[in-house]
Design a protein around this ligand. Structure first.
Ligand SMILES: *Cc1c(COP(=O)(O)O)cnc(C)c1O
Length: 351
């Protein structure tokens, strides 16, 4: 006999990317930004008053909503603050799904979706992507209450054009949540759909492009009626006072943000070229990571040898991924270190 609900008892829980305790490691495994957040964020942190800790925070984080609305050319009613983008996934599943109202999403994708679906005790319909990671036509046919499309997708790093996402939203009877956690590194985004379609929710994160993974801050962008409904489901004080203040400072500093993103895109191009020169197959990426295919299929072995050198990338021992490594784009120096380690590993093998 267990004290837990049956689905909790059976659950394995989400496996986060390894967070090594040592500091002398090269960590390219969880898609963090290798550069610090805007200096404005630290300035605001240093000015935090005791009073901000003593009092409850603003339940909706209005100052962030105003700042985000201004950046996106929308209204604060289009924005809901979340304790990391991940919290929006939980809120959406609680708001739209239950035993009789399934969630659907194409796979492979972010491995948190099935974990959260199980917690909510709702059926998850997993529709396989084709090898080119275009939208599978069966996705709309699943008839789900909530459909999630991670765009750009992880771990494929691929981007589905906005027109394709718009037609999907149009076709669905339920809600379409577009997980744009990596959108800062792509060339387009789905924000324009929020004005035209009543069933679209966009997830944004401050963890990747803004370099604030430790802060835990993300937000939803959606038509006001959807935001109002999601607000009923969230915890009353879901984002803390310090996070609201710091996330606001970060999103206001668009010039720092854009420079940071451009640097990562430049490094991404360089790292991709270097990996291709080592005979990896590396498709174009719309994210801050690369999915590199080892042509001899020995990705698992290479992963182990990198770990021996204190270098962490991500390896998924899954059907379509077991010959690939997912590598976060680091600073130029970090990427060079990885590339020389790979050179060494690959030449030893041939010897
Ligand atoms: C990082 C990420 C998120 C959100 O992460 P938070 O740190 O909770 O903001 C959501 N979806 C995907 C695919 C991600 O990689």
């Amino acid at each position: 006999m267990s004290y837990f609900r049956e689905n909790i008892e059976q659950a394995k829980g989400y496996q986060p990317g390894f967070q090594p305790k040592q500091t002398d490691v090269l960590k390219l495994n969880t898609n963090e930004n290798p550069y610090p957040p805007s200096p404005k964020v630290l300035e605001v942190l240093n000015e935090i008053k005791q009073e901000q800790l003593r009092r409850y925070p603003d339940p909706v984080g209005e100052q962030f909503r105003l700042a985000a609305a201004k950046v996106h050319g929308l209204s604060p009613d289009n924005i809901m603050c979340c304790n990391g983008g991940d919290e929006l996934l939980t809120i959406a599943l609680r708001a739209f799904c239950d035993r009789d109202r399934p969630v659907a999403y194409p796979v492979p994708t972010y491995s948190l979706y099935p974990v959260l679906a199980n917690l909510q005790n709702c059926k998850a319909v997993e529709v396989p992507f084709d090898t080119d990671f275009t939208l599978p036509p069966q996705l709309a046919a699943a008839g789900a209450a909530l459909t999630i499309v991670c765009n750009p997708n992880a771990p494929s790093a691929t981007f589905i054009p906005v027109s394709g996402i718009a037609s999907l939203a149009d076709e669905l009877n339920g809600v379409l949540l577009i997980d744009e956690a990596y959108i800062d590194f792509a060339e387009d985004n789905c924000l324009s759909l929020v004005a035209d379609l009543d069933n679209v929710i966009i997830l944004r994160s401050m963890s990747k492009g803004y370099g604030l993974a430790g802060l835990r801050f993300g937000y939803a962008v959606a038509p006001p009626p959807l935001i109002a409904g999601l607000m009923k489901v969230k915890d009353s004080y879901n984002v803390n006072a310090i996070a609201i203040a710091l996330a606001t400072a970060a999103i206001k500093d668009q010039s720092y943000f854009r420079k940071n993103v451009e640097t990562i895109k430049k490094q991404r191009k360089r790292l991709a070229e270097n990996l291709r020169a080592l005979n990896f197959e590396v498709p174009e990426s719309s994210t801050n990571f690369l999915l590199a295919k080892s042509k001899d299929g020995k990705a698992g072995e290479i992963y182990d040898k990198l770990v021996q050198r204190n270098i962490y990338v991500r390896y998924f021992d899954l059907p379509t991924l077991s010959d690939k490594l997912r590598i976060t784009v680091g600073t130029g120096e970090q990427n060079d270190k990885l590339v020389s380690a790979l050179k060494e590993i690959l030449s030893n093998k041939e010897a």
